[in-house]
Write a protein that binds this ligand. Structure first.
Ligand code: ARG
Length: 460
């Protein structure tokens, strides 16, 4: 036996591992996160080995009992992780042998850590995606609820962060909801594609024992079996797709956070954020800061960083497994933690958010009513470009007089075009203008109700 006798791979070595190398190469400090799925996988592998005639029933039972015991300890937090055993896989295997004796050494028959780690990661992501889907559902529900409560609040819609046209506030909540619907679909898509079992691929070439890989996949609840053992051990597309889905979801959360940060400012004053979700300043007694929203916006950078980090690791890796791939885990764990926290935070914010109707409505009308006055003239036969020009002069007049559009009289309107009649004055009401947006998906009350109906029907 070589000098690295404590290592499962110590046989061919004649020096013990340099301390630095032990520290530099270990992954157990973070990949212990995979412990539960690793044991789940080892139990399935044991069953496949039994089916292949590699183990006796008694041996398989011993292995499974030992693994279950270790699992209980890990769950309770009593398991002793050892850095010198490098990673989660070797920690568990070594402990198993300590407990049940030589037969523990049979567990790793016909398996490499290369197909093992790829299988763990897929199992782990399936669980995590399910949790993320639930959090996304909670957030979407909250947005729908808020939309139901705000159908009758009119607020200005913005383009270029300049007031554009009046909309129903519900429309804004539903717009963000659409983004989270797409995110949900994206995660479902990632899930379906990664639902394929690499175990049985060995180190890269497959294994020389008659393993029934379809039986393994079934025991682990995978929908499919990977089709090429080299690709199965070298591929991390599923992590990149997952990180990208996290990244896009964070971008959406960040945009929502940004809107709310602006809306909560004194200058806008459109919303009140709940005190319990804000923080104060250590020097300015007047401050109530939207830190949760700011951190969601800020943490979006981390998650993009996680995606870029792994993309860069993958670029230029020769076939098939390379140790670089160990660097795939920390970005993924970081993105998961960050995304889940941000989804929880945003849900709480939306839940506690109080729209300030008066302030919104006071800001909603005025010049944003201009488009409809132009369209009024269009309906009377004026070409749109001419109507645009006429109403442009009207806007200049209102600005110069220091008036609001709502205050215009019919006489004033007539100074700009004698086609204006009494009914044009109706168009100087923001809610009337909003309700003229009747195209499918528009902000008219009936259309908004339709969108809410659809939202309530969706179940994923
Ligand atoms: N800790 C390793 C990883 O995360 C496990 C696979 C190691 N394989 C190897 N051939 N050294 O990638």
């Amino acid at each position: 036996m070589g000098l690295s006798e404590n290592k499962p791979w110590g046989g061919r070595f004649s020096e013990s591992t340099d301390q630095f190398v032990e520290e530099f190469t270990e992954s157990v400090s973070f990949d212990r996160e995979l412990a539960q799925v690793d044991i789940q996988q080892s139990i399935a592998h044991t069953k496949t080995l039994l089916k292949a005639g590699v183990l006796t029933t008694e041996e398989a039972q011993k292995l499974i009992e030992g693994l279950n015991q270790i699992l209980e300890e890990i769950k309770k937090g009593n398991f002793q992780w050892k850095r010198e055993l490098e990673d989660v896989h070797m920690n568990i295997e070594k402990e198993l042998t300590n407990r049940i004796g030589r037969v523990g050494g049979k567990l790793h028959t016909a398996r490499s850590r290369n197909d093992q780690v790829a299988t763990d990661e897929r199992l782990y992501l399936k669980e995590q995606i399910e949790e993320i889907l639930n959090l996304l559902k909670d957030l979407r529900r909250e947005l729908t609820k808020k939309a139901q409560q705000t159908v009758d609040i009119i607020v200005s819609g913005y383009t270029h962060l300049q007031k554009a046209q009046p909309i129903r506030l519900a429309h804004w909540f539903l717009a963000y909801r659409e983004m989270f619907v797409r995110d949900t679909q994206r995660f479902l898509d990632v899930y379906r594609r990664l639902d394929s079992c690499p175990l049985g691929s060995g180190a890269l070439a497959g294994v020389d024992f008659p393993l029934d890989r379809f039986y393994t996949a079934e025991n682990l609840n995978f929908a499919r079996v990977s089709r090429n053992s080299m690709d199965a051990t070298a591929d991390r597309d599923f992590l990149l797709e997952f990180l990208n889905a996290c990244n896009i979801t964070m971008l959406h959360l960040s945009r929502l956070a940004e809107d709310l940060i602006i809306w909560a400012s004194e200058e806008f004053g459109y919303v009140d954020l709940p005190d319990k979700l804000c923080t104060g300043s250590s020097i300015m007694p007047n401050k109530k800061n939207p830190d949760v929203l700011e951190l969601i916006r800020g943490k979006t950078g981390r998650v993009l960083g996680d995606y870029v980090a792994l993309s860069t690791v993958m670029k230029g890796l020769p076939m098939s497994y390379n140790r670089d791939l160990q660097e795939d885990k920390e970005p993924v764990f970081d993105a998961i933690r960050t995304l889940k926290g941000s989804l929880v935070g945003m849900k709480k914010i939306i839940e506690g958010l109080k729209p300030k109707k008066d302030r919104m409505e006071e800001n909603a009308g005025n010049l944003t009513l201009a488009t409809d006055l132009a369209n009024y003239l269009v309906q009377k036969g004026v070409p749109f470009r001419e109507a645009h020009h006429i109403v442009g002069s009207l806007v200049a007049y209102v600005v110069q007089k220091g008036k609001r559009m709502e205050e215009l009289t019919l006489e004033e309107l007539k100074q700009f075009s004698d086609l204006f009649e009494e009914d044009a004055l109706e168009l100087l009401k923001p809610h009337v203008v909003a309700d003229r947006r009747i195209t499918y998906g528009g902000t008219a009350k009936e259309r908004i109700k339709e969108q809410i109906e659809n939202a309530l029907k969706e179940d994923f």
